[in-house]
Design a protein around this ligand. Structure first.
Ligand SMILES: C[S@@+](CC[C@H](N)C(=O)[O-])C[C@H]1O[C@@H](n2cnc3c(N)ncnc32)[C@H](O)[C@@H]1O
Length: 195
């Protein structure tokens, strides 16, 4: 992707974020540093699809591919039709869905998703109710292979989903200061499978 295309994606992001601030949950696309640090949490050797929620302009998608993950392993779920069609055009081998990621269980059942190697989310969780956030992580962990990570970034210091009620451990992996605004990466794993 050349600099002009990248610039036009950023402009679209800013325009959409100005119009739908709660839906976007950010004022700027994820920085390359944040995208790389998110993708670094995925082990490319674990077989199975990688599900990305709220792919937006595809900054994390690009970092996943740069990490060595084959495009055909990606399942991208994005509810905004413009971002969705850009993603389909840019990643023709990926499975793209223009759907509400909070209906993840339903999407997975309808499309017969195999157990995933990772779920990586750019969804704005803090604009959702506590129950909705918990349901998303609970569903995600059910769709993952044992010990596979549910990766989420968030702009607050505390975990975006409290793991105690879910028997999961939210782990703060890294804070990325070179992002607008600075973001912290959280990894959730099912405690039932951890040593
Ligand atoms: C923080 S932004 C995207 C971050 C992305 N990494 C980027 O740099 O463009 C959040 C994205 O989630 C999408 N989104 C918000 N709610 C959604 C939902 N319920 N289902 C699917 N996508 C959603 C928005 O359209 C937006 O593209």
């Amino acid at each position: 992707m050349n600099a002009l295309t990248e610039f036009s994606h950023s402009l679209r992001f800013i325009a959409t974020a100005t119009r739908y601030p709660l839906k976007m949950g950010a004022i700027w696309p994820s920085s390359p540093e944040l995208a790389k640090a998110m993708a670094d949490q995925v082990d490319p050797q674990i077989e199975g699809p990688i599900i990305e929620l709220g792919s937006g302009t595809g900054s994390i998608t690009k970092a996943l591919i740069e990490r060595g993950i084959d495009e055909s392993r990606l399942i991208l779920i994005e509810s905004h039709p413009h971002f969705f069609s850009d993603l389909c055009a840019r990643y023709p081998k990926a499975y793209c869905f223009c759907e509400d990621a909070f209906a993840l269980q339903n999407i997975a059942e309808r499309n017969d998703f195999p157990k995933a190697a990772a779920i990586i989310s750019g969804l704005p969780l803090r604009t959702q109710s506590k129950t909705q956030r918990q349901n998303l992580v609970r569903t995600g962990l059910r769709l993952l292979k044992p010990e596979a990570p549910f990766i989420q970034f968030s702009y607050g210091l505390d975990p975006p989903v409290d793991g105690r009620d879910l028997n999961v451990q939210p782990f703060p992996v890294k804070t990325i200061w070179k992002n607008i605004p600075p973001a912290r990466i959280w990894v959730y794993r099912d405690l039932a499978h951890s040593g």
